[in-house]
Write a protein that binds this ligand. Structure first.
Ligand code: SF4
Length: 299
């Protein structure tokens, strides 16, 4: 079977959400509105181009990238995903297309300042490096945003993941396992360990824009074992459920793929109407605040 980092995260957060998203896929014909991910996709694609075309070599590289933003949206993003600004479930306070475009325009020079400040530049850099590997007969997937061979520190290789996260949500939405996952796959693929792992936050100024993630080879071995354990559980659940009738499956589903109705798991899940256990918007969060389902995740 195939397991990606996002599949693993979904399974760990709520196994039943994994079942709906990756196995049963009851909404597969209905394109999800990816509006909340537009900022991250736009800025991520811009910096993919920055590295692929080595724009850091040009004195006007920053200007070239800012000027290319409309084209990047039209040719690389629009049409590929559904970005529906008229979705009635959006809050009237949610950012408009103009707001997102303005934020990306500001983020490009800020991102370049961070890249220069931390020396994330080298001649053999790769963007969107595919790291898929066979582990125990399974396809374990991963795609690193940037793999940088630092020019300033020869042979220092850094795997970087760009994040469009708001500074206020940084602690909640950052998972060091994501970078360790890429390090584990990179080692499987090349026999080498990366020297460093870093999250790069496009919305932060350089003084706070980088979060380093430490790892040990032992942790990566443990992660590999955990992947195989999760795959074993998923495969056993799928096999057991495949022999049941629809009503039987509905009853047995929580036994193999239990729900985990927590605010941060349910807020972006499209399957609350099927699991019947979704975290309720009338509940109060542990900090006493209430949650709006229209709250934007990345802007
Ligand atoms: S709504 Fe919540 S509990 Fe239900 S499947 Fe989704 S994440 Fe799990």
């Amino acid at each position: 079977m195939h397991l990606s980092y996002s599949g693993r995260k979904t399974y760990k957060n709520c196994p039943q959400s994994y079942w709906y998203n990756y196995v049963e896929k009851p909404l597969k014909h209905e394109k999800e509105n990816k509006i909340n991910a537009l900022y991250g996709s736009w800025i991520g694609t811009a910096f993919e181009i920055f590295y692929a075309e080595k724009l850091w070599q040009y004195p006007d590289g920053e200007q070239r990238l800012v000027s290319a933003l409309p084209k990047i949206f039209n040719t690389r993003l629009k049409g590929k995903e559904r970005y529906d600004f008229k979705d009635p479930s959006r809050s009237s306070r949610a950012p408009t297309f103009k707001d997102i475009y303005a934020e990306v325009c500001i983020s490009v020079p800020r991102g370049i300042r961070s890249i220069k400040e931390y020396g994330f530049i080298g001649h053999n850099d790769q963007a969107e490096m595919k790291l898929d590997c066979n582990i125990g007969g399974h396809n374990v997937g991963g795609r690193a945003d940037f793999v940088v061979n630092q020019m300033a520190a020869p042979n220092h290789l850094i795997i970087i993941d760009g994040k469009g996260t708001k500074p206020s949500r940084r602690k909640l939405s950052i998972d060091p396992i994501q970078l360790k996952w890429y390090a584990m796959l990179y080692h499987k693929k090349t026999g080498e360990y990366p020297d460093s792992l870093a999250f790069l936050f496009w919305k932060d100024e350089p003084d706070t824009s980088v979060q380093w993630v430490d790892f040990t080879p032992e942790e990566l071995v443990a992660l590999e074992a955990e992947i195989l354990e999760n795959i074993g559980k998923i495969e056993a659940g799928v096999k057991a459920l495949s022999t049941l009738s629809v009503p039987e499956k509905k009853i047995a589903l929580p036994q193999y793929f239990p729900t985990n109705p927590e605010k941060d798991n349910c807020r972006w899940c499209r399957y609350g109407h099927l699991c019947g256990k979704a975290w309720s918007t009338s509940d109060l969060a542990p900090d006493g605040s209430s949650f709006s389902p229209n709250q934007d995740c990345c802007l």
